[in-house]
Ligand binder design. Sequence first.
Ligand SMILES: *[C@@H]1O[C@H](CO)[C@@H](O)[C@H](O)[C@H]1NC(C)=O
Length: 321
Amino acid sequence: MLRPLFIALTITAVIAGVRNPEESKRMMDQLSDAEHYRSELHNKQFDHDAFLGEDQAKTFDQLPPEESKRRLGMIVDQIDSDKDGFVSLVELKDWIRYTQKRYIEEDVDRHWRQHNPDNEEFITWETYKKNVYGFMNELSETDKKTQEGFTYSNLLKRDRRRWVYADTDQDDALNRTDFASFLHPEDHGGMKDVVVIETLEDIDKDKDGKVSLEEYIGDMFKPEEGESVDDEPDWVKQEREQFNGYRDTNKDGFMDEQEVKDWIAPAEFDHAEAEARHLVFEADSDADEKLTKAEILDKYDLFVGSQATDFGEALARHDEF
Ligand SMILES: *[C@@H]1O[C@H](CO)[C@@H](O)[C@H](O)[C@H]1NC(C)=O
């Protein structure tokens, strides 16, 4: 589920070698946050991030399966706040909220300190721009015309626009609260409009200002070479029906800004609850709508297991030959 921009960023960060890795990571996080918002496709990494927090999920990625199961067991004890031996939907939802908050809090803290080592009340746009995009001044005219140069200049424009949305008192400087909105717009109701615009831009490949059915599908699914629409998996077919039936409410064949907004940021939608429901549904073997530690450990892969670990195991097995 890597989207092209995501790949482009990873590559440019390596090639250019000038961008602070932290900043590249932040941008990727923002992209993956946007992805969480809009994809109903549940990918494993999303579940792990939601359950553990993105930073912890990365730690778990490095652990051997036995150790990660042991730690998962300890986490389950923590989630079961009334200590009745079951993890209820509410306990799981509270846990997911807690890990999200913790992750965002730590992330904002790290960036705030990085851009503002003297802990002043505000960070100005000029300071931020210099820290993150200062290297662009040293790019030659030729470099600026490359794909990378183009990508950075688009990121700069995007950051600039987002900054203005976060800058509630319009003095071009952000205090810590507003800087948090800037870094994590998905977490701040007041930033909804700019999240919608960024999402639309990401998907709108032909830049006509609206999302066609093909752009909508293309954002979440890439067919193998030679595959036709008939070969698409069922979830993609369902997404096509979703688009025509629900997303494109005015039936003009496209999603406009309002329709994108209704899609990614429906007023009453609770992400933590949706994720908790999903996890309970997947792991609840006896269908009593709550989870025992055994049920969770049984599905450890759903909660914390990682493809990286599987990959490590595969390598280890390979070594035996
Ligand atoms: C930052 O500024 C906003 C308004 O511009 C204000 O509501 C908020 O309380 C301020 N935050 C801090 C940490 O001072």
